[in-house]
Design a protein around this ligand. Structure first.
Ligand SMILES: Cc1cc2nc3c(=O)[nH]c(=O)nc-3n(C[C@H](O)[C@H](O)[C@H](O)COP(=O)(O)OP(=O)(O)OC[C@H]3O[C@@H](n4cnc5c(N)ncnc54)[C@H](O)[C@@H]3O)c2cc1C
Length: 418
């Protein structure tokens, strides 16, 4: 398809990715979002309770995430992502007090599994051989491929997969887990290095994209909600926005980069994931000191990961549907208890904020994964983008960026990268 203009609905990372790829190729882009700001589920904002700019939630990417690297380069994101030189993952067991660091070696040959100083305490080489089965994926649940339980599962596999899939790992899709592991762990420790947005998600992902697009005459039309699509034969003929109707003519394409539940309402006959999992984040106005680990896996508490930023400490709870129903003040007190035990501090509860994202990601089960539609639709000028669109990965920044790029490429009739 030869297009001169594209209309992008949704300015989360998928929509931004599509807008950048189209603009780069010389296509005129109209970028729209129903919210007051871009970024969608990956956003930063000033929180008056803390007097700080915080992220809706801690977001971790891995150095091997190809689309993240390529896209940040394309938009000229200056601030590097933070993270260690090697794939070292520090853990603390808040019940027993045990602490360990898993040290994955840089290269592809996984000799770290031979070293008792680098591997998970209490594990042997045979455990890692069993884990390797997961690299192949499979069509069922993770629990069908490897037996849950045991020190390797409890102390490394479960916390890492829970963070990646936002779904209790035993019931999550082996295919999605396998793909994540093949693209990161399978490429060696350098690809597995954790990377964190600094100082915020906005600064790392959203603001540079908006600046790049703005400099090319692609402003964000914020507060513009897409209410309906009109179809004629095999094309979308018009879009009905909150501020009026817009005809879609020849040489124009529509990229629908809205969440799954919005797309299900707008596009007749598509399937999409319809079961979502929550993520709860707690943010404490407590500046990290240089001796604190920047990222710490927690076992035996309420949260699973602690992130220490220069101006705040944040905790993440994944698959948090049950806990998201708890009272916020009670959650703040409980989670500050986790921080105290993890960091060995006695400081009283500082100013806090609890952010509950009830539909953070789709449930990464085989059944939900099977509902993901492809980027291309049966209308030749309508393309879907979003972490929920089929891309082989769970709902991630990497997947969202890939589908945005793919939607742009299909709209322009260009070969796909991902
Ligand atoms: C708390 C939390 C923690 C996470 N942690 C990680 C992590 O560690 N690593 C990782 O890789 N991923 C993580 N994720 C997932 C990641 O944030 C998402 O995969 C990604 O941001 C999805 O981007 P998207 O563009 O597909 O969707 P969205 O961000 O949902 O963007 C959709 C956009 O569409 C807009 N919109 C909705 N309806 C309309 C309409 N009718 N008209 C116009 N616009 C509309 C919305 O306002 C939104 O801006 C996390 C998510 C959350 C919530």
């Amino acid at each position: 398809m030869n297009i001169r203009r594209a209309i992008v609905a949704g300015a989360g990372l998928a929509g931004l990715s599509a807008a950048v790829a189209l603009t780069e190729a010389g296509v005129r882009v109209s970028l729209n979002d129903s919210a007051a700001q871009a970024g969608g589920r990956c956003r930063s904002y000033h929180d008056p309770a803390l007097g700080l700019t915080i992220d809706n939630g801690n977001h971790l990417v891995l150095a091997g995430n190809a689309a993240v690297t390529a896209w940040r380069r394309a938009i000229g994101a200056g601030e590097p992502l933070a993270g260690p030189d090697h794939a070292d993952f520090a853990f603390a067991d808040l019940v027993s007090g045990a602490r360990w660091t898993v040290g994955i070696n840089d290269g592809r040959l996984p000799w770290w599994t031979l070293s008792s100083r680098r591997r998970v305490p209490g594990t042997g080489l045979a455990d890692y051989f069993r884990l390797a089965r997961l690299l192949r994926g499979g069509s069922g649940r993770i629990g069908d491929v490897i037996a849950p339980g045991g020190p390797l599962w409890d102390r490394l596999v479960a916390p890492v997969l829970l963070a990646a899939l936002n779904t209790p790992p035993a019931e999550a899709s082996a295919a999605l887990a396998g793909r994540v592991l093949r693209e990161t762990l399978g490429q060696g420790g350098l690809a597995m290095r954790p990377r964190i947005a600094q100082p915020t998600l906005g600064a790392a992902f959203v603001d540079p994209a908006l600046a790049w697009l703005g400099a090319r005459d692609v402003p964000l039309a914020a507060g513009r909600r897409l209410r309906a699509l009109e179809f004629s034969g095999d094309t979308v003929s018009a879009l009905v926005w909150s501020d009026g109707r817009e005809a879609v003519g020849d040489g124009e394409a529509v990229i629908l980069a809205v969440p799954a539940w919005v797309a299900l309402d707008l596009v007749p006959g598509i399937t999409a994931p319809d079961d979502h999992r929550a993520i709860v984040n707690a943010h404490f106005a407590f500046p990290a000191t240089p001796d604190m680990p920047r990222m710490l896996g927690l076992l035996g508490g309420s949260a699973e990961w602690l992130f220490a930023h220069d101006d705040r400490i944040s905790l993440t709870i994944s698959a948090a549907d049950a806990i998201a129903r708890n009272d916020r003040a009670e959650l703040a007190r409980t989670l500050w208890g986790d921080v105290q035990r993890a960091l060995g501090i006695t400081a009283p509860l500082p100013p806090w904020q609890i952010v509950k994202e009830k539909r953070a990601t789709f449930a990464a089960t085989p059944a939900q994964d099977a509902l993901r539609p492809p980027v291309r639709t049966r209308w030749r000028n309508l393309f879907l983008a979003g972490d929920w669109v089929r891309n082989g990965l769970p709902a991630t920044i990497e997947g969202a960026l890939r589908t945005g790029d793919s939607a742009a490429r299909l709209a322009m009739g260009r070969p796909l990268i991902y």
